[in-house]
Design a protein around this ligand. Structure first.
Ligand SMILES: CC(C)(COP(=O)(O)OP(=O)(O)OC[C@H]1O[C@@H](n2cnc3c(N)ncnc32)[C@H](O)[C@@H]1OP(=O)(O)O)[C@@H](O)C(=O)NCCC(=O)NCCS
Length: 222
């Protein structure tokens, strides 16, 4: 299968429907240091959802603990997920009760945000001048900002740039829509209740939610 598969869900639903598994010591250690139970739930749910996405893509025998990470900067066991034994690149993100996870044969990035920051405070550093105009004139400026912000974070995770450079990276086509491509990556987005998610993928992304039993449910608008 040559595609990118991206799953979005509420953390509580993932924890309720997808089997609990050991995360492996490096991740367990990091999770124990999170103060909030909600953050620990998101941390665990994102990894279970990533495993589900890899299984959907055809990876068999993968445990959550097999999802390893290696930091691009220090080499530590955090940061960018390492591709699976079956050659699937993996990315995930979490935000206050919501998680997104994707897999692809090529490097990808996914991000989710459930809560809009004060747009006026950070728009100048995060958006291009043209994007600022689009967000300001949007019928829902918070949603418009989150669309841009999640797409930019997805591109950061895909390795296109760092967070310091996203202010120069254009991703909005209109106040309500992303550019179809940026820096060789297809951009796509999905919304789950108040949460906005985006993916930067080499192949076109197929988006999924989870049904009541935790089975993949294709989303009409990725
Ligand atoms: C990538 C980044 C934008 C994500 O930020 P965030 O909004 O706080 O977190 P999200 O929930 O969206 O995503 C977190 C996930 O992104 C992934 N991730 C983290 N750093 C990543 C990177 N450099 N490249 C790709 N993916 C990365 C991990 O899977 C992480 O999951 P985990 O926290 O459960 O381990 C941010 O972590 C960043 O800029 N990192 C680079 C900074 C860095 O390299 N520091 C060096 C420390 S030694």
């Amino acid at each position: 299968m040559s595609a990118a598969f991206v799953f979005i869900a509420e953390s509580a639903h993932v924890l309720h429907t997808l089997a609990r598994e050991p995360l492996g010591e490096p991740a367990e250690h990091r999770m124990r240091r999170l103060r909030s139970a909600g953050d620990r739930d998101d941390f665990s749910a994102a990894r279970r959802l990533a495993k589900r996405a890899a299984e959907y893509a055809g990876e068999s025998g993968l445990g959550v603990m097999d999802l390893r990470q290696r930091c691009d900067s220090c080499g530590g066991e955090h940061g960018r997920p390492v591709p699976t034994a079956g050659g699937w690149h993996v990315s995930w993100g979490h935000s206050r009760g919501y998680v997104v996870a994707g897999v692809s044969r090529s490097r990808l990035g996914v991000d989710i945000e459930s809560h809009a920051p004060d747009v006026s405070e950070i728009a100048e550093t995060v958006l291009t001048p043209r994007e600022r105009v689009m967000v300001d004139s949007a019928s829902d400026p918070s949603h418009s900002f989150l669309s841009a912000w999640t797409a930019k974070e997805a591109l950061v995770k895909a390795g296109v740039c760092t967070l310091d450079d996203v202010g120069q990276l254009k991703v909005l086509r209109t106040s309500n829509a992303l550019l179809p491509h940026q820096a060789g990556f297809a951009l796509s987005a999905a919304v789950l209740r108040g949460a906005v998610a985006a993916a930067a993928t080499r192949e076109d992304a197929q988006w999924f939610g989870l049904d009541k039993q935790g089975n993949p449910r294709a989303m009409l608008d990725g």
